[in-house]
Every structure is written in structure tokens, then in C-alpha cells.
Design a protein around this ligand. Sequence first.
Ligand code: NIG
Ligand code: FE
Length: 413
Amino acid sequence: MKTLIINIKELLQVRDASILKVSGDEMAILPSITNAYLVIDNDFIADFGSMDDLPEDLNPEKCIDVEGKIVLPCWCDSHTHIVYAGHRELEFVDRINGLSYEEIAKRGGGILNSAKTLNETSEEEIYNQSKVRVEEVMRLGTGAVEIKSGYGLTVDGELKMLRVIQRLSQNYPITIKATFLGAHAFPLEYKENRKGYIDLIINEMLPEIGTTKLADFIDVFCEKEYFSVEETEQIMEAGIRFGLKPKIHVNQFHSIGGIQAGIKYNALSVDHLEIMRPEEIEALKNTATMPVALPSCSFFLGIPYAPARDMIAKGLPLALATDFNPGSTPSGNMNFVVATACIQMKMSPEEAINAATINGAYAMGISETHGSITIGKKANLIITKPISSYYQLPYAFGSNLIDAVIIEGNVFA
Ligand code: NIG
Ligand code: FE
């Protein structure tokens, strides 16, 4: 099936196939074509260019006229916990009343609260709750998403989550990458026996995951009161033995050396980065590890934003993701992430869009097929409403400016 889109006011993020991420000053450049056309062949981008050069012999089965509208690649959300059960609304109110995220966790709330609910909920019900969120983010323009386990914290619970992720990826056109996050928190019964839980991850969970091939990546919450640098390294090393590349949570509340550990184990990404030391920015230079900022988490918890300007000024690339989860970020809206990055982190619209598309794709290992308008890449497109310029996207931060979302060549309604 061939679809032709014509009269595109501006086609954004037009890239050569060789560009897999953008760093430093390059992030300020968002290549585009004004008054453009684009051809979709089944699920991939077959051609595009200026309307002045529109070939006459295309013979498309379908033609969409998008006069006045902008087209850009779908968002690539490289960090979510979209599969979960229930919610944590009560903790939200506790925080309004003065308790911190860390204080709530110390009382047995937080991740352990979600783990209790998840283990009490059937796989079918977790799937049904999670698919509503997947459909929501697709409507909001996300065409690829990474989803973590980490609310099971038992062999059965973790595998249950990973099977739900697999089922979502089979039933929806959105590209899904799965991450095993058994090392999200220590279950209460292992509080005094940390080694016991790490042994469970390494000797029982990982072999099952290796056999079932239910995960692409391994994650660890490297943080005070959670997993130490030494424990994080041990778990990354074991994950790598089972073919899982690391993508880790670091520097959310404290800088304890997680970034250096991630680099040492060639992590695909290091995520959160609310607390950054200059030497950590330095350490990330000239590595293959993508720094990932999660501004909605900073917004929701009232914690610092990742220092985007400092990182970009030092020549680093930066990706943006939602962190969609029931505790620190109950939102999967990448449009809000892009706006918040501009407003709070002082990223330019060009930098934020690069961070949420091509660099997001890199941070989940799919930038050869996603994240830009490139011949041969997936036809994952956001068609905006008629807007004056792409600045509107972060500027009108509370408005939904999306007219239609095309995922793998089909309009998702
Ligand atoms: O990325 N920080 C660790 N994990 C999640 C929060 C999980 C939760 O609170 O349920 C995060 O913010
Ligand atoms: Fe997270």
C-alpha cells in the first residue's frame, strides 16, 4: 500500500541514514524541508522532498493533503515503567502534605507498594491496565517505547511483567523494547540479606530471562538506599553474560558513581541525572553512552532538572524520555516532556525535538530504523494541527497540537 502525503508545511528531522545520534552544538540543528511531500510504502518511508519536485508517476493508493500542518517523526520514549498495576494516588497526597519520595519509600511505600499490588494482580488484569496507557501514548505521538519490569521483585512477578510487555509488543504496532529491572528495590524480606536478593536476580531471574528472551536490556536503580555501585556492577556484568545491554538509573537523588559504572560496562544509556558533578559530565565525553533526562519526573517530584545546558555545552548528546510510572511520573506525554525541557531546562525547541526523536531512538538501540525522516526508516509520523511553526509545540505546552499519528504506515486513531 502506497500513501502520499502532500503540502506538508514543514517536514522536520530530515536526516541521512548515517546519523544515529546528535551531540553538543549539532543538537541545535533540526534539518527540515518546507512545502514537502512524503511517500509511505507499507510500513516504511519510501521517499520525500520538496513539492516542487513531486514525481508525477507515483500512483499512490491514498493521498493525504496536510496543508498548513507540520510533520515530524514520532517520539521515541526510551525510559518507561508503563506496565504496572493500580496507582499511588495516596502517596501523591502524602507528598503534597510534606513527605518526600524518599521518606515515603522508607515507610514501605514507593516501589514496594507497587510491587505488592502487582504481585496481587492477575497477568490479564495487568495487561488490560497497561494497554490503556500504551494506547494513550500512541495517540500522544509516541511510536517507540522502552518498558521496564521492576514491580515484580520475585521470579514470578518479574517474568509476569516481561510477558505482559511481550504481549503488548505483539498486539500493537508501536515498537517496544523490554528492560529487565529486577534490581529496582530490595524486597522487605531481603532487607537484611541484600546478597540473597542479588543471588536471586543473578541465579534465578536472569537464567529464565536468558532462556525466554523476554528482555533486551538490563537496568539497576543505582542509588543510596537502593543498589550500591558495587552491586550495580555485579548485576550489569551478569546481565551482559545473558546478552542484555545495560541501561541504568543513576544520579536521581545522589551522585554515588553510577555514571562511571555505566560507562565502564558500556551502558547504552544512563538515565535521570538530576544530580550531576562536572567530572561526571567529563566522563561521558566521547563514550557511546547516551545521557537521558526525565523532566516530567523532576516536575512531579519537585527535584532538580538534569543540567542539560552544561551537558550540551560540553559536547554531549542528550535524550529525553517520560519515565512513565505510578510513583515519580504518572504521565507518558512526550509533548509535555519536550515543553518542560524547553521551559525548565532551557533547551531550544530544536534541541528538545532532537533529544525526543533521534537521540531517544539511540537510547533504546533503534536509531537505524526510528527517530528521523529517512528513506527506509519506519513510517512513524506525527501530523500536527495547522500551526504557525514548530515552536508552538513547546510554547503551547498545555494544548494537544497533534492532528494524527501514523505508526508503521497506518493512522492510529
Ligand atoms: O525512574 N527511580 C526509580 N524508579 C522510578 C520510580 C519508580 C516508582 O516510584 O515506582 C523512576 O523514577
Ligand atoms: Fe525510571
